[in-house]
Design a protein around this ligand. Sequence first.
Ligand code: FE2
Ligand code: FE2
Length: 137
Amino acid sequence: MSKQELIDGLNQQLNREVSTFLRYMLQAASIKGAQYESVRGMYMKEVADEVGHAQYLANQIVMLGGTPKLEPDLTPPPTDVRQMLEADSGQEGTDVKNYIKLAELAEAEGLIALKMQMEDQAADEDEHGHEMQRLLG
Ligand SMILES: [Fe+2]
Ligand SMILES: [Fe+2]
């Protein structure tokens, strides 16, 4: 394990976060119908969470001596609300695993504040995934 491996992992996750907040922003904009108003509200709230995650990752990459490199996934998101929730709850689960791995890498480098923040972001993503599962019914 090395600092470079940690920087690369943080940058990969930064790209996932940027891709996620762009997708959630577009999905929130596209959702229509009173029955989906709570889903729309959830996506709008989570855009702010994912922006915060991305900002933290970008700050840490620079503090570790790296340069953030953005290559977001700009694939158009689904328009069907159930498809959105099913796909995104899976992605949130992947983010949980990624943050747990990043916490381990940070701990191996003796970066305790970063380790704890990665665990906090894992917890945020776990909650996002559960909220989506709840909205799926
Ligand atoms: Fe996130
Ligand atoms: Fe999330």
